[in-house]
Design a protein around this ligand. Structure first.
Ligand SMILES: [Zn+2]
Length: 67
């Protein structure tokens, strides 16, 4: 579990391309915009979805006749 760098509570947000983690409250306090933040779980889920989609694409393409 990642911890918020401000309050040491469990963190659910990460600064893009950084190792700084924030809980939602501190992230909102520190940043006027949350655009620079990514949700840790969502990012993992997004990557998993990409992998799943790639696998699905391969399987889908394999079913299409080459001609
Ligand atoms: Zn915090």
């Amino acid at each position: 579990m990642k911890l918020c760098v401000v309050c040491n509570e469990p963190a659910h947000l990460q600064i893009k391309d950084s190792i700084d983690y924030y809980c939602k409250k501190c992230a909102q306090d520190c940043f006027s915009s949350l655009d620079l933040l990514v949700a840790i779980e969502s990012e993992a889920q997004r990557i998993k979805n990409i992998l799943d989609n790639n696998i699905s694409d391969i399987e889908y393409n394999d079913t299409i006749p080459s001609n």
